[in-house]
Design a protein around this ligand. Sequence first.
Ligand code: G1P
Length: 306
Amino acid sequence: MAHTSTPRERRVTKAVIPAAGLGTRFLPASKATPKEMLPVVDKPAIQYVVEEAVAADLTDVLLVTGRNKRALEDHFDRNYELEELLSRRGDLERLEKVRASSQLAMVHYVRQGDPKGLGHAVLCAEPHVGDQPFAVLLGDDLIDPRDPLLPRMMDVQKRYGGSVVALMEVDPEQIHLYGCAAVKPVAGEGDDVVQVTGLVEKPPPGQAPSTFAVIGRYVLSPAIFPALARTRADPRGEIQLTDALCELAQRHDDGGPVHGVVFTGRRYDTGDRDAYLRATVQLACERADIGPGFRAWLKEFSAELG
Ligand code: G1P
């Protein structure tokens, strides 16, 4: 293929959202429903993530799905019966809620046949993404729309080319739950931009190179695809995105560099039951409609708990 521009010059227009995980932490709720469809207050978690992509002008969204993709497809499609019923009843508020998810973005689907990990899910996006930088958003992390992260990452990618990962400082006892980045400062940048010199997926206690955790937002160079194709599966049979990114971070030719944007805004983790419950409570408290009533109840309830 002949190219007239380098990846650095091309604008990011596509978002890839892996949604093929088995969701075993949420069984039995995730037995017949993708965990991405579990409601956080009253919206499926995945809708927050698609809304975030759209707010960053990424209206071409690819969901990498697995089994149970039907509910995801239905959620981002029209539901004529329901729309017809609500419109006959004159219930415009609910009609708007039903329509919103189908009008958000151009949503595409690709199926990840084998559950071979996040790196493999991203590799499944190659035919759709082609030879341009693209964003990856993981559904377990919700970013508060008041603290935009992706636009900042896309700025950094435009300036330096290569790839950009979102980082967050976590407690040392938490770092083994994440990909962890070794970093160095970048001359002329503020504290929120660093260069990534290495990455380790879920480092064992005491072996983490820093307390910078990779949170689930990436702007990736298309050079990630050949790097992923070369990446060997880990002992669990999973191809790690972190390993392929580590290779790009350490290469000095076309594939790199890898920068990190250090996020200090509000992030809600929905990855396991505890975190999911906390995210639901936090977001319910923030809501203009149900927030005031819910907060009042929560205060009383906490007092009862003592
Ligand atoms: C994935 C990535 C990990 C990253 C995390 C962020 O792990 O592999 O590098 O830190 O998402 O949420 P998972 O949580 O899917 O095991």
